[in-house]
Design a protein around this ligand. Structure first.
Ligand code: ADP
Ligand code: ZN
Length: 439
């Protein structure tokens, strides 16, 4: 077992006092605002509208005077109008997996790629990765930031990296076994799929595979899902968070305490706001997460509204890091389903399903409107054992799930049990909601 120091990549930065950190952030925030004001006409106009000058922003306290940025800004100023550096300084483009319209793209300078690599080196180190490790990357390598992020982080540590990208699950597992991969990077939904396939191939993690930890993220998951993955793969499953606009994966990462994700606050400032009013909320309160990049030069983001909902805490973590932590993403301001006037987050339903014996962690939520009333159908997959079971027993499981959802979410749902393997598997981010009201 490595000692604790081996689990912190850059102690000088990850463990500095909160006062030191505030001072560091204030200085870099001031520089970034100046750069943005001078180079990005759209943001200059927005600051002028609010009557804010770059000189007004001197410390983290002043952040609240700055205007927000939104995902729509990246669409409206696509592809290069938000660059704060000359085009010739941009060495990389990444884009989000958005399914409609133009992708969201971000330009990275060499500096930005370095910053991001360091964030990912910290992330992997926190999960126990050293240069002795073999990092198996099943996040897609491409415009999507997941694969490149993990690849760069492993490179920075000097670990051996296997850039598998996504797809071809059996081959992934063969390589994992032959090479003796120790760290897995992929989405949590793909991790469960890998885990199931490993078992189907007659392999036993721990005996045939050497996996010890995984950095799983890019989509929301629950504590129950973590336990499932840890059991399936025999690993410590750590959460990792990021978004293309800010850096890619590694903006925040979990240490082995598995108690919230440390935010790389020497590179980004995090705020929680009331999504309705835009007002800052104190640590501990749940609201929309907002990021300001303070070391990025290509396409800095100022008070970027993520639409992700979570809480923040600056309580000291047992791992020794002083970096504040964000809780799991409990939903999105825009993905939140409103069903018969009730706010429903898919994560609430996932929690119920994953903790029910006999069902697999694969589900689909189908929302519709029948006779001007909203309906929610929860399709959930049975395990092989349960599928062969008596009708009476299956019906008991169905009733149990229906009651649990009713008590957690507060609305009645139609629960349908579907055969094993009938819900499409995803190699990247899982699509779990079909809202027919929007079609
Ligand atoms: P992509 O990741 O497909 O390139 P985005 O950059 O748009 O596209 O994805 C970022 C979004 O993914 C975040 O705003 C968040 O909603 C979601 N996400 C990323 N990591 C996590 C995580 N660990 N938990 C929950 N949601 C996450
Ligand atoms: Zn920690």
């Amino acid at each position: 077992m490595p000692t604790r120091e081996h689990l912190i990549y850059n102690p000088a930065r990850e463990c500095m006092s909160r006062d030191e950190l505030r001072a560091w952030q204030g200085a870099r925030l001031a520089e970034t605002v100046k750069r943005e004001y001078e180079n990005v006409p759209m943001y200059r106009a927005r600051m002028d509208d609010k009557g804010v000058k770059p000189e007004d922003i001197r410390s983290v306290e002043d952040l609240k005077y700055l205007p927000f940025m939104e995902k729509t800004d990246l669409r409206d100023y696509y592809p290069f109008d938000l660059l704060a550096s000359p085009r010739s300084e941009i060495v990389r483009i990444h884009g989000s997996s958005g399914t409609t319209g133009k992708p969201i793209v971000s330009g990275y300078t060499a500096n930005d790629v370095e910053v991001w690599s360091e964030m990912m080196a910290r992330t992997l180190t926190a999960a126990g990765c050293t240069k002795e490790d073999i990092v198996h990357v099943s996040y897609g390598l491409g415009l999507f930031t997941g694969g490149f992020g993990a690849y760069q982080g492993a490179n920075r540590i000097g670990a051996m990296v296997v850039p598998m990208s996504s797809g071809n699950t059996q081959r992934q597992i063969m390589m994992m076994k032959d090479l003796g991969s120790t760290i897995l990077c992929c989405t949590p939904s793909y991790a469960t799929y890998l885990g199931e396939t490993i078992r189907e191939m007659g392999l036993v993690p721990g005996r045939d595979l050497k996996l010890k930890a995984g950095c799983f993220g890019a989509e929301p998951w629950t504590e129950e899902m973590r336990l499932r993955i840890e059991e399936l793969l025999g690993v410590d499953a750590c959460d990792i968070y990021g978004l293309t606009e800010i850096a890619g994966p590694g903006v925040a990462f979990e240490c082995l305490e598995k108690h919230g994700m440390h935010i790389n606050e020497d590179h980004v400032i995090a705020e929680i706001i009331n999504p309705a009013t835009g007002e800052q909320l104190p640590y501990g309160e749940s609201g929309e997460l907002v990021f300001t990049t303070i070391t990025k030069t290509g396409m800095p983001m100022m008070r970027y509204r993520t639409h992700d909902i979570c809480t923040l805490t600056d309580e000291q973590c047992a791992c020794g890091r002083t970096l504040a932590r964000m809780g799991r993403i409990t939903g999105r301001t825009d993905d939140m389903l409103v069903i018969r006037g009730v706010n429903v987050f898919p994560s609430q339903i996932e929690t119920v399903l994953v903790s029910t014996h006999g069902v697999a962690p694969h589900y689909m939520l189908i929302v519709d409107r029948v006779n001007s009333s909203d309906t929610l159908e929860v399709q959930v997959e049975l395990t092989e054992d349960m599928f062969g079971d008596t009708i009476g027993h299956m019906e008991a499981v169905r009733k149990h799930i229906t009651n649990q959802i009713k008590s957690v979410v507060g609305i009645a749902t139609k629960v349908s049990l579907v055969p094993p393997k009938s819900i499409p598997r995803s190699e990247g981010k899982a699509k779990r909601v079909i809202d027919k009201r929007k079609l």
